[in-house]
Design a protein around this ligand. Structure first.
Ligand code: ACO
Length: 346
């Protein structure tokens, strides 16, 4: 074994691998912010567009929401990751290492603006036309449902999006930064981030939260159902967090939002939450963002299989802000590992 290597904790927990001015999560306090502004306060009273400008430096351009016409031939047969690669290629994004900061920022705006249209088009199986006069969240809901969006649901989705724009060095953001450190194009960073986000230990859990709520509703006894899950060695979806030890502030605001737009489902989620926290007591596991996010997304009419894609429409802002920041650093992120396999043949 190479003893000159520095060993870090499992999962890189508690290891600072970069400096950032994008945002910060204070897990012991149950607080996080974007460039010094409380994310929860922004979600209570701000707009998604203002948060976008805060993170990416310039305001969004509604005209950039349109998809390149070439997407029309493929949206009925691609999954999100493939379609996103296709979109990035059709935008002609260049390697970050070859671009000026202004060109990188222009790429970021283009990708962030077009992603909701892409996700909505994949859901509809045809390229949909955005309405730039609407806010991003309202426009997305309208494109997904094909109907004029309700102001109440559009605001609920907007609050969810503001809360999920960025969140420290989570797995997808770190992935995006690793790819940015190679000098690859911004599309590669975003596709990589999306891949990491899709896992159920990260952004892939809210559809499983709804499966859990359905199962608890059918069983009628939240405590018994959750206890069986834990006894079977399974994790409870929507609970636990790598950083939060105090309550996750996202879940607290989303509980309010969910209760306002889907009171019955939110009440079921609350029963599940109280039973889960009782069963998990002593393990310092909190309710995370996904429990009530699932209720909010369902109430907004988003099909479960598109929950992660809808999450990506906000987190893409954070991935791009981090990728642009990482692109300023010429050092590639390239850690090492202890080799523990068979020794080389003599
Ligand atoms: N249910 C039951 N037990 C759990 C749960 C849970 N939800 N979460 C953690 N534990 C247990 C684990 O078994 C772990 O013990 P082990 O290492 O012996 O397996 C112990 O608690 C300690 O876990 P942590 O170190 O605190 O958790 P970690 O940082 O590894 O994982 C994670 C955090 C992935 C969020 C985890 O809590 C989990 O899988 N939760 C369920 C899925 C989920 O809700 N994902 C969404 C996360 S939010 C987001 O990414 C947007």
């Amino acid at each position: 074994m190479n003893t000159s290597l520095i060993d870090v904790p499992r999962g890189l927990a508690g290891v600072a691998v970069a400096s950032t001015s994008v945002g910060e999560v204070r897990g012991e306090e149950g607080f996080y912010h974007y460039r010094g502004h409380s994310a929860v306060e922004l979600a209570r009273s701000g707009s998604f567009e203002a948060v976008w400008e805060l993170l990416l430096g310039t305001p969004p351009d509604g005209a950039a929401r349109n998809l390149p016409p070439v997407l029309g031939g493929v949206v009925d047969r691609l999954d999100l990751r493939s379609a996103l690669s296709f979109l990035a290629a059709s935008m002609g994004l260049r390697a970050l290492v070859d671009e000026s900061p202004e060109e990188r920022r222009a790429d970021a705006h283009h990708v962030v603006a077009a992603l909701p249209t892409l996700v909505a088009s994949l859901q509809r199986g045809t390229v949909v036309t955005p309405r730039p006069e609407l806010g991003h969240a309202a426009d997305y809901l309208g494109m997904v449902t094909g109907e004029p969006p309700s102001a109440e649901l559009a605001r609920a989705l907007e609050q969810y999006w503001i809360l999920t724009v960025d969140h420290g060095f989570n797995a997808s953001t770190f992935t995006a930064r690793v790819i940015a450190s190679t000098g690859a194009d911004l599309g590669a960073c975003v596709v990589g981030g999306l891949g990491a986000l899709s896992g159920p230990r990260h952004g892939g859990s809210p559809s499983r939260v709804l499966d859990m709520l359905d199962a608890v509703a059918a069983c009628g006894d939240a405590h018994a159902w959750l206890q069986d899950e834990l006894r079977a060695g399974r994790r409870l979806m929507g609970f636990g967090h790598a950083v939060y030890r105090a309550p996750d502030p996202r879940s607290e605001l989303l509980r309010e939002v969910a209760t306002a737009i889907a009171p019955e489902r939110a009440a079921l989620a609350r029963r599940v939450e109280l039973a889960a926290l009782e069963l998990l007591a002593g393990r310092r596991l909190v309710t995370n963002v996904e429990l009530y996010a699932a209720v909010v997304l369902e109430a907004c009419g988003i099909p479960r299989r598109w929950f992660t894609g809808t999450f990506a429409c906000s987190r893409v802002v954070g991935w791009c802000a981090h990728a642009l920041e990482q692109a300023e650093d010429s050092k590639i992120i390239r850690p090492d590992a202890h080799y523990v396999g068979d020794p080389p043949a003599a």
